[in-house]
Structures are given as C-alpha cells and as structure tokens.
Design a protein around this ligand. Sequence first.
Ligand SMILES: Cc1ncc(COP(=O)(O)O)c(C=O)c1O
Length: 384
Amino acid sequence: MATSEQIIAAPIPLCEPNLRGNEKKYTADAIDSNWLSGGSYLRLFEQKLTEYTGAQHVIGTSSGTTALQIALILAGVEKGDLVLVPGMTFVATANAVKYLGADPIIIDIDPDTWLMDNALLQDFLVNQTYQTDQGCIHKASKRRIKALVPVHLLGNVCDMSMLLPIAQQFAITVVEDAACSLGSFQNGRHSGTSGLVGTMSFNSNKIITTAGGGAILTNDEILAKRARHLITQAKSHQTEYYHDGIGFNYRLVNPLAAMGAAQMEQLPGFVKTKKEIAAYYLSNLSDLDVAFQVITQGTDPNYWHFALLTARSREIIAALASQNIETRPLWTPLNLLPAFRDDLFVTNHDVSARVSQQGLMLPCSTSISSDQLERVCSNLRKLL
Ligand SMILES: Cc1ncc(COP(=O)(O)O)c(C=O)c1O
C-alpha cells in the first residue's frame, strides 16, 4: 500500500495537453478517409479558427515557427532587413527572422506586462531611424527596418492601440506572434488579427494542440492566397509540377487538423478553466513577496500559462521538483543567446534579464485538479 508521502508525491505536470473530446474519433476518421496531406478536416479546422478569431483568412501550417517565417515573407522582409522583436519571447520569434537572412533588433520589455516596452520602442524609432522612400532606415547600420513583431506573451496581449499607430507612423509592417494567445481578446478583437498578419502555434503545450502545427491569420485575401501558395512548394499548376518560385512544405496535415478541429470544440471550456486557474493562484499567492504579470488595458487574456516573479525562482523550481511538482523558468532573453548576442539590444534597465532570472511558470494544465492546485500553493507558501 502506498504511504501518504507517496500519495502526496504524485506528479503534477507543468502544462499537459487535454485530448478528452473527439480527438481520437476525428483523427481516426481522417486516417480512414485516406486524405492525409490535405482534406476536409484541414478545411474544417481553418473554418473553426476563422469563426472563433474573426480573421477573414486562416491558413494551417506545420508549426508556429513556419507560420512566422511565412508571415515575415508576406510582410516583405528580405535579406539584410531588420525586424523589431521583444527581448522576452520563445526563441522561434527571432529564429524566423534569421531564416530570411534578416536580423532582429531586440527591444526590452515592460517591467509590469513583460511585453515589448512601447515607450522604449517609440524612443528608439524617433531617435535612431529616418525615413526614405525605401521605408524606415536604422541610422547606425543604414539597414531597413521592415517589420515589428509584437509577441502576446503567455496570453497577455500587447497594447495594439499604441503599437499600430507607431508602426504606421514609421512605415513598419506589423506581424503579430500570437503563438500563446488563442482565446485572448483586446477591446473585443481577437489577438493576432490587428496587424497585417498574425501567427499561432498548436504545439502540445498550447491552449489547443495539433501535436505540432500552427496557423497564419490575415484579413487580406491576396496575402492569404500567397501564404497557401508558399507553403505548398509554390506549385502554380494543378497537375503539372510547375513551381513559380521557391516554396516550402509547411502545410498542416489532415489528421493533425482533425485533432485541432476536436480541440476547437473544447476551446471555450479550456479558456474558462485557464481563467479559473489564474484566479486561484492570484487569490492564494498575492500576499507573498512575488510579482504577477499585469494584464494590458482592454485585454481579456486566455491566461494560457500562469507565471510569477520571485527572486528565488531557481531554488524554488528545484525544491518543487523534489515534491514532484513541475515548474519552469521563463525564457532566456534573446540578447543572451549565442545566435542573437551580436544583434542590437535596446534597453534602459535590462528588464528582460530580471524577468528571466525571477520567472517561475506554475502548473496550469486544463486537467489540473483543485487538490493539485492547493498542493502547488501550499508548497510554494512554505518555500516563500
Ligand atoms: C511566442 C512563441 N512564438 C513562436 C512559437 C513557435 O511555435 P512552434 O513551437 O509551434 O513552432 C512559440 C512556441 O512555443 C512561442 O511560444
């Protein structure tokens, strides 16, 4: 018989997928149909995303990273260009820039929202760029700044009412990285639908998953057509193998889209549960010496992943691991990663480094029980 200690030590995972709906049924159906690369489930999944987000066009892709790469191409990013990205994000945001032979300009984050610091961005653009008929040029390097990638980190949405006018003033195209923010709205508008293009991820830890997959969102029909063309090897003839450019094999496949269609049926329930998890943590931990991410004004976030800041994050991660509770730090700032170390980092106080050092992501699977939440909080309280 298990001792009480062994029962207490049952693992609490960080953020598990939740496939308790029609995922197996639809995926098996897609396999049985023999339509694997494309098919009706892909169309259904895209349609469900279109209806939910209000984007006029949604194109399934093989990952959030490939969606970003294509989105940057649609935005006109070319070799040698510069792209503005936040210091705190998953590495894929900046990798997609490098894939195109462009380089990121890394803008530090706001200490409260942990999103790109809008004031710092504006200050940089005012003082360190000038306009030509080529667009916005970075004074020091004479390189064109073609795009801005706001990242809606952890489901909190960047203040688009500030960012869009800034981008417009400086002739910079906005590509929203909404990898984490399916289910997050701002002033009634779904995240990822305000810029020229938005992207999403359905990696297994996201609010819905297709095991691996992503999506491109846009309201521009011509861009949507171009996106489909590019992710299908730039094939321009129905039957002949004629390709009018260099394309990619970045499509989302039908059985995985079937999983996504089933997940979309559960999305409203998942968002509700994530909000309940966040409310629980906020009410049970707010008297401790920790800081929480401040949600931007007008945002109704999906609370995809709950995190807090504590000066002892690494020590706490190890202590909770010994209690079988899985937690994680936040991402290493881009400017501290070898691939981006030589890129321009714009900062006043290096907030990204502090948030990264102090970040602690707490368990938040949609299947987490109230007993498990209670166990996370009581262990945290003991440690803090
Ligand atoms: C902010 C952000 N951007 C991009 C990605 C890349 O998505 P994917 O893993 O589907 O390629 C992720 C994935 O975790 C992410 O968190």
